[in-house]
Design a protein around this ligand. Structure first.
Ligand code: TEU
Ligand code: CA
Length: 539
């Protein structure tokens, strides 16, 4: 059995199952497909795999609308496939992390169907209802994917509350029966040998819509502590909450070393870096490196010794990092390695999103090739509001969630080796150049950079324990920091720009061992565009 905090040394790989590997030619990735690729994940060296939702779902939001928490959607396979996956992964020392969507269910969940039957139905109070009149909304709260957060049900003369799509009614966490059902379901999954959970929009469960409170509600930490006590604390799990609303103070509660809530949370402050202050994610703003550094430093120092960071640049909701912050043209390889080295040197548990280890890029599709509900709703909404179509498409190309959801690129064969059928979403046409087969055959590939970083984390404890210190805070090209523990330290320096930069290695680092680097400049006092390295020394 493992140490309670085994996840501090772990690296997690995120799989978006419908886009990872299809095994039966229906164009949709599935669990058997994942099982067939476990050797690849073992080669990379990851300790756990977080699967985006695979439970039964009408797929209005690609599985984030669950209609049965205790069964697998036939599109992905069966419960027996899931058990096989847990076992086969376990054989390779890989844990399986399940995505729990507890803020809402699908409107096709049995509970909601019952709830619709009448106000007296025992399941009615599993959801959030307000009496009213057709056309007169309880208030102005908006839903995540556009439109009002209130949906009228004429038969009941009531509105139900949904923070995401109309097919994702919010659960009523104030009802203790709801909480109990959820705990029992989680315990059932724990019995099956699940290694951990990622908790979708968990900061939104304690909503109080009458007071316009959606995230960070007053009872939030009370609910999470109860949830943790009743479930996770009975095992040796990794748990990670998705919390867009977290600041450092809150994150200390969520990831408290006493284990009362989660192992860690995803915070998103750095993801707002290139977005307009009062705009939506589609309203872009220029990137500022010094601001970016300020944010990363705040989190690195803020949680030191009293919490734990999740480290990530990508997930299934975000654009590809090499396209966003690197250079996906001339310097694709160099800048992708820079981003990897920069992130993996920090304190926390790193997450790699499928394809990130290949430096997969954003796509530029025409509107008919997008599948994501958020993208499609925004497109309609903004065109109706009179936005210029070219501007809307520009935003979609940069920000659509589908950028991360194109099929995994395994080889240069048709459909990138993802499927023998018709893929549910188009493969990025660059797959002939960017794919697993090509990168496994090239020791200088981005893949091997990730593999090496994962191995280094296991070899040098300073990656886990070292205290973070930022260097050259004001510099608009260089991002450099040290991590030091009692006996040793590392220096991570990267050029975050596409231009050469002046850089003088601090005296004490001259001659230090190079743990990893991409191409290094031969000129003195100068680093190449996107140059990156980690140096090591004993104290
Ligand atoms: O995302 C949370 C969330 O707030 C998203 O709406 C996010 O703001 C958006 O995707 C950014 O573009 C989680 C899941 O990760 C996401 O895939 C789901 O759609 C959402 O919850 C609803 O369950
Ligand atoms: Ca399939």
């Amino acid at each position: 059995n493992r140490k309670k905090d085994w996840w501090k040394q772990a690296v997690i790989y995120q799989i978006y199952p419908r886009s990872f590997q299809d095994s039966n030619g229906d164009g949709i990735g599935d669990i058997q497909g994942i099982i067939g690729r476990l050797d690849y994940l073992q080669e990379l060296g990851v300790d756990a795999v977080w699967l985006s939702p695979v439970c039964c779902s009408p797929q209005d939001d690609n599985g984030y609308d669950i209609s049965d928490y205790q069964d697998i959607d036939p599109m992905f396979g069966t419960l027996a496939d899931m058990e096989e996956l847990i076992e086969e992964a376990g054989r390779r020392n890989i844990k399986i992390i399940l995505d729990l969507v507890l803020n809402h269910t699908s409107d096709e969940h049995r509970w909601f169907k019952e709830a619709l039957k009448g106000k007296e139905n025992p399941y009615h109070d599993y959801y959030i209802w307000r009496d009213g009149k057709a056309g007169i909304l309880p208030n102005g709260l908006k839903a995540g994917f556009g439109g009002s957060a209130w949906e009228w049900v004429p038969e009941l003369e009531q509105y139900y509350f949904h923070q995401f799509s109309v097919k994702q009614p919010d659960l009523n966490w104030e009802n203790p029966k709801v909480r109990r059902e959820i705990y029992d379901m989680i315990l059932w999954w724990m019995e099956k040998g699940i290694g951990g959970f990622r908790l979708d929009v968990i900061d939104q469960i304690a909503k109080e819509p009458d007071r316009l409170i959606t995230s960070n509600g007053p009872r939030l930490h009370e609910y999470i502590r109860e949830l943790s006590r009743e479930t996770f604390q009975k095992g040796c799990l990794i748990t990670v909450g998705e919390t867009w609303g977290a600041d450092v103070e809150r994150a200390k509660l969520y990831s408290s070393p006493d284990g009362s809530e989660f192992s860690m949370v995803f915070q998103f402050e750095h993801m707002g870096i290139d977005q307009q202050e009062d705009g939506e994610k589609w309203d872009m703003a220029p990137f500022s490196l010094s601001r970016f550094k300020e944010i990363m430093e705040k989190w690195q120092t803020g949680l030191y010794g009293c919490g734990w960071n999740s480290l990530f640049w990508e997930n299934h909701d975000l654009p590809r990092s090499v396209s966003r912050w690197g250079d996906d043209g001339e310097y694709r390889r160099q800048s992708a390695k820079m981003l990897a080295i920069l992130l993996h040197g920090m304190q926390g548990t790193p997450y790699i999103y499928q394809g990130e280890e290949l430096a997969m890029k954003n796509v530029k599709y025409g509107e008919e090739d997008y599948r994501d509900i958020e993208t499609l709703n925004m497109y309609k909404e903004r065109l109706a509001k009179g936005y210029n179509k070219a501007d809307v498409m520009h935003a979609i190309h940069a920000r659509s969630r589908d950028n991360a959801r194109t099929p995994m690129q395994w080889s240069g064969e048709e459909n990138a080796g993802f499927t023998e059928g018709n893929p549910w979403i188009k493969v990025n046409p660059d797959y002939t150049e960017i794919n697993v087969r090509q990168q496994l055959a090239d020791t200088d590939s981005v893949f091997y950079c990730y593999k090496q970083l994962i191995a280094l984390r296991k070899q040098y404890a300073v990656f886990t324990d070292g205290r973070f210190e930022m260097l050259m805070k004001e510099d608009e090209q260089l991002f450099a920091y040290t991590r030091s523990s009692e006996k040793d330290e590392i220096l991570v320096y990267v050029n975050f720009s596409g231009e050469e930069a002046a850089f003088t290695l601090p005296e004490k680092w001259v001659g230090a061992k190079v743990l990893i680097c991409n191409e290094r400049s031969k000129k003195k006092e100068v680093v190449k565009p996107y140059e990156a390295a980690i140096l090591y020394r004993k104290k």
